[in-house]
Design a protein around this ligand. Structure first.
Ligand SMILES: C[S@@+](CC[C@H](N)C(=O)[O-])C[C@H]1O[C@@H](n2cnc3c(N)ncnc32)[C@H](O)[C@@H]1O
Length: 364
């Protein structure tokens, strides 16, 4: 991340020399390809096996340990070695994942960049449709994205679930106590529901409800967490909360990364406001940008956010005839939306584990 920020300081857009421009653009090609290799290494288990190896393996040993085909593993190791992500000893033919890389490329460390790299293939999967949208308008629907809910769940595991009990809940004074006593909770755009499940296990006296447009996500929630009687998932559109939910139904409503890609964000946030009881609270996580291109120049995840927005967040909203806020809508716009939706008090928080998002606590 620091490296990304550093790259943008080094590489200037103001009249670079031909050599500098060529170097930068070739670097982009190489690094884009390495991103695909990281995702493959994550999905096949190669990164995890390499990280856990007690002695550096050969390609054949790594393939055997991971249960994979040696010829493919050898080629993948080639990309990783020439990309200088894996150390290679040409004398012994052995490969080693440096500890610092292992820490950032497996689930054992604080952040798994390889899990995020899966977005590259997810986004590339809709390129043909998106080119059509650039030409003719409209959008690409959620249903077109291969593995979206699965990859989103891996993203959310890092930015939401891992910090939920220790960092997220304490932003709201007294919330853990109220959850312990027993309250009604709704997570709008809950995806596969992992955050809700963590809360349901921790706070058995509370009742947890998830709402998502995606049948696949809710099917997964129901199957994965069938042992949790206090957790239910429903398929529906948050712009009109399905009965019996309505005014003053909940003590806590959450949205994790689920407002900026709405078709009608004002209807959704107004609905959330109305669904809260008078002493209820709305807790929202959404992308933290300045809202201007100039203001985001040095954002450590700037190109990542704008790319995901172009190829997913913006277009899924437009596909439903929506406003198309885009992921880079910005903190000022988020705060204005909360005020326009009738929340009387809003506090904005930044959490150290989550460089991508701002967190909002809003009271009716
Ligand atoms: C970016 S994902 C976030 C998922 C989940 N909150 C997480 O953090 O893993 C946004 C989710 O909102 C859902 N969604 C979008 N618009 C919705 C709407 N109007 N009503 C209900 N769910 C919606 C999508 O299907 C998707 O699962």
């Amino acid at each position: 991340m620091d490296r990304a920020a550093g790259v943008r300081h080094v590489w200037t857009v103001d009249d670079p020399t031909a050599e500098a421009a060529e170097e930068r653009l070739v670097e982009i090609l190489n690094d884009g390809c390495l991103g695909l290799m990281l995702a493959l290494g994550h999905r096949t288990g190669l990164l995890a096996v390499l990280a856990q190896a007690s002695t550096p393996p050969t390609a054949a040993e790594l393939a055997a340990s991971a249960g994979l085909q040696e010829r493919y593993v050898r080629e993948w190791l080639g990309a990783m070695a020439v990309g200088r992500l894996v150390a290679h000893d040409p004398q012994t033919g052995r490969y080693r994942l440096p500890a610092a890389h292992a820490d950032l490329l497996t689930d054992e460390g604080d952040a798994n960049v390889a899990a995020f790299a899966q977005y590259l293939a997810v986004l590339a999967g809709v390129e043909d449709e998106l080119v059509g949208c650039f030409r003719h308008g409209g959008g690409v629907p959620y249903s077109s994205y291969p593995r979206f809910q699965e990859v989103m769940e891996a993203d959310s595991a890092q930015t939401v679930v891992a910090a939920l009990l220790d960092d997220v809940l304490p932003m709201v004074p007294g919330l853990a106590g109220r959850l312990t006593a027993g309250i009604d909770v709704l997570d709008v755009g809950c995806g596969r529901g992992r955050a809700l499940a963590v809360l349901a296990r921790q706070f058995p006296r509370s009742r947890f409800h998830g709402l998502d447009l995606s049948q696949e996500a809710i099917d997964h929630l129901r199957a994965e967490h069938a042992d949790l009687p206090s957790l239910e998932g429903r398929v529906g559109d948050a712009a009109v909360l399905p009965a019996p939910w309505g005014a003053q139904s909940f003590d806590l409503v959450t949205t994790f990364d689920a407002i900026h890609d709405q078709a009608d964000p004002l209807a959704v946030v107004r609905g959330i406001r109305e669904a809260l009881r008078p002493d209820g609270v709305y807790l929202a996580q959404d992308i933290n940008t300045s809202g201007t291109h100039a203001g985001d120049l040095d954002h450590p995840l700037g190109p990542f956010i704008y790319t995901i927005s172009t190829m997913h967040c913006l277009t899924v909203s437009l596909a439903r005839g929506g406003t198309g806020l885009g992921a880079a809508w910005g903190r000022p716009a988020a705060e204005a939306l909360l005020a326009e939706s009738g929340f009387s008090s809003v506090s904005t928080h930044l959490l150290p584990h989550d460089a991508q998002n701002a967190w909002y606590v809003a009271w009716p």
